[in-house]
Design a protein around this ligand. Structure first.
Ligand code: DC
Length: 220
């Protein structure tokens, strides 16, 4: 009979990372997942996958019954980051994310993901507040809209494409408004979240700050 290794905990260590678009939360989550050997889920990809499936089939984004059906059948093990990272898919994700039934279906799948041993890291908008309110450590990663738009601008230009800074800034503000203003699970820091403002902090400093907080929490 197989017995679990005796250093394997019986309960996963869960880390919740929330924040607005382009705050650096995804990069931070990936680095922490590598550091601690935890499974990582970018929950934005789950909303993007629903938006993408609808767009691809020329279906409306605001028909709840269609969107919920797609969300209920989503396979979390098959999320293609490079395909889903397109700007228009992010916009579509933000639109389907206001549908309560879509959120319920995706949150259920995200909670199942969070139960893996030895630990998991989920990043998104409502992880610390709704998906994993009992997470062991919560972070809220943010930066000014101007800094975030600058990062997006650089990413696009570095890929050899053209971009207009003011358009990106406007999109970021629009997305913030939609994510923070929606009725169901709006983007906001959990009361017990550690705030990390990356406006004037590079990713290495953010990573070291978060790592120290996690090590301390694990020692308790
Ligand atoms: O993080 P992102 O840009 O990939 O997210 C795309 C959209 O998905 C975002 O604008 C809002 C929605 N989203 C959400 O409502 N809740 C989450 N936990 C993650 C993303």
């Amino acid at each position: 009979m197989l017995t679990p290794p005796n250093n394997m905990p019986d309960k996963p260590f869960v880390i919740a990372i929330d924040g607005p678009a382009a705050s650096g939360k995804g990069t931070l989550a990936r680095r922490l997942a590598r550091e601690f050997g935890y499974a990582h889920l970018d929950t934005g990809l789950t909303y993007r996958a629903v938006g993408h499936a609808l767009l691809q089939n020329n279906l409306p984004l605001d028909d709840p019954s269609l969107a919920v059906k797609v969300a209920e059948n989503l396979d979390l093990s098959n999320l293609d980051r490079s395909l889903l990272s397109a700007h228009e898919i992010g916009e579509a994700a933000s639109v389907v994310a206001v549908i309560g039934g879509v959120r319920r279906a995706l949150v259920e799948a995200q909670r199942r993901f969070a139960t893996q041993l030895p630990g998991t890291i989920l990043d998104g908008r409502d992880i610390g507040t709704v998906v994993c309110p009992d997470a062991d450590v919560k972070f809220y990663v943010t930066a000014s809209a101007g800094v975030r738009a600058g990062r997006r601008f650089e990413e696009i230009v570095n890929r050899g494409k053209q971009a207009i800074f003011d358009d990106i800034l406007q999109d970021i503000r629009k997305r913030d408004e939609r994510d923070q203003g929606r009725e169901d699970s709006p983007l906001k820091p959990a009361e017990d979240a550690h705030l990390i403002d990356t406006s004037k902090m590079d990713i290495e400093t953010a990573f070291q700050t978060a790592k120290a907080i996690i090590i301390k929490a694990k020692a308790v």
